[in-house]
Design a protein around this ligand. Sequence first.
Ligand code: PLP
Length: 399
Amino acid sequence: SGWWEAVQPAARDPILGVTEAFLADSDPKKVNVGVGAYRNDEGKPVVLECVRKAEQIIAGKQNMEYLPMGGLVKFNDLSVKLAYGDTAPVLEEKRVAAVQTLSGTGACRLFADFQKRFKPDSRIYIPVPTWANHHNIWRDARVEAHTFRYYKPSTRGLDFEGLMEDLKKAPEGSFVLLHACAHNPTGVDPTADQWKEMSQLFKSNRLFPFFDMAYQGFASGDTVRDAQAIRIFMEDGHQLACAQSFAKNMGLYGQRVGCLSVVCDNSQQAVNVKSQLQQIARPMYSNPPLHGAQIVTTVLSDPELKEQWYKEVKVMADRIIGMREALKSNLEKLGSSLPWKHITEQIGMFCYSGLTEDQVDRLTKEFHIYMTRNGRISMAGVTTGNVEYLANAIHEVTK
Ligand code: PLP
């Protein structure tokens, strides 16, 4: 008998399943608003110009040696400057331990393993809802996971009271997962004042803020504005940690380039923490990949390329913001009596539409429109060419 008879097929990933179904549909009107990757107004994937230029600068000049275990040092420096600010005191005091990671997912996983190793009895608090992989990551790291209220279906906005109530009950020493901006899947972020209030609670109740920042710059078009939560917590003196990804904001999805940073008490502690993060990485993958980190380093260290990146990230953000407005105004033009203002109030790649599972199923069956059954519309899949069709279909199934 074979070795793996007991192995049953794994549960299908709901998001990847949407793409498969979309590809199998031969109707020319079909629309995919399931994927979490940017598309231009022709519905095509985009490689940023600044990235193409960086590739040309690198081409033929680099060796293929291993990076150090913690990744490209210059990349880490530039990455944390982007997150915390060029002149952040925590950076000048060398209090930040930073390692290059396998994109945002790898940064979250590395942190979860670090948490388990050094605070083995601590909990992670995860918002409801969240990017589904967060649950998998902390589960596989064997951290005790709890949830806190985040989204209020009735307002399609933040359940701030519920959030504060739940986090007030978290035991001292708990870790809390926060989306730094453009919360996935809801597109709902706390305001600056709400972040400040949360920061005070984290202080008084000794909670640890872990920021997953997968969309810096991609949300508002401004990398500083999108980092405001981190800056607010940092100014309040928290020892936070941050997972950065260059998948969305630099369009480097498949390159797997990200950074995990942990703010420490002092520079010696930062050295210690970095050495331990590297030790966790070593038996998993030894060291991170080279090319993506070189691209980011080239873009961020060249003032002209960096300027161009800022422009290009803004073009992506603005296209999405424009499509939110177009979708909302088309629904209103059709005479939909439902409230749609959350479409433009939410931010980032996704619109948490409030469509029910049945309505989503009808969109797929009758209109060849594909999205996850939680009603999450990827605004990146909406274009001037399909927005009217989409609005009309949504109107039909919500009448
Ligand atoms: N965190 C959130 C909230 C995300 O939405 C994503 C991607 O969809 C990620 C992390 C990780 O992405 P990646 O591993 O491609 O950087």
